[in-house]
Ligand binder design. Sequence first.
Ligand SMILES: [Fe+2]
Length: 201
Amino acid sequence: MSALTKTINMFLLSVVIMALLVVVILGFMLGIGHPLPWVIIVVLIIIPVIHDKLIKKRCLVWHSSMATGIELVDNDHKQLINLINKFQEATEFNISEQKIHQALDEVVNYTKYHFHREEALMRINHYPAFEAHQQQHQQMIDKISHYIGEYKTDKSLAIDHVLHFLQTWLIKHIKGSDQEYVPYLTITSLPAEMMQGEEDV
Ligand SMILES: [Fe+2]
């Protein structure tokens, strides 16, 4: 769904909610015991719940088929999914440009942090396809930088591109290339200094 469509949907939803609130006020004029305002109040409670569920349906969900069995890597991947979902929700609700940027920054920063740790694990285990894998990471970072540059010319299009790219690339990479290094990674922990600051990211 494009950013423009999301904005129109949010606007229409706001109009419907406002109209229903007016009906509630008018309904109470018919008397406190009249069923109409109470029915509308129930509808007003249900609308946000359904809306929230529809948005969550479009979010990424962790699945056992994505597991590498390496705790450090799997936890990083789960956190990445979580951050991409937060970015998705920020674009859906379109609260503010600043919130969307903040959510995207968090995804990009955590992605770099995760790649750094994953590459360190591959390096200390002398993974034979390390360079090719590192290249994939670099290409991903380059592509994100490209979309961030695109943002300067077309905001909504760039946000749509980056969201779609993050969602599809990550799942494909986790289920594909990341599974290939699993048999080679016998050392599954990193030096303490690379584990520090994890909570700060
Ligand atoms: Fe990777």
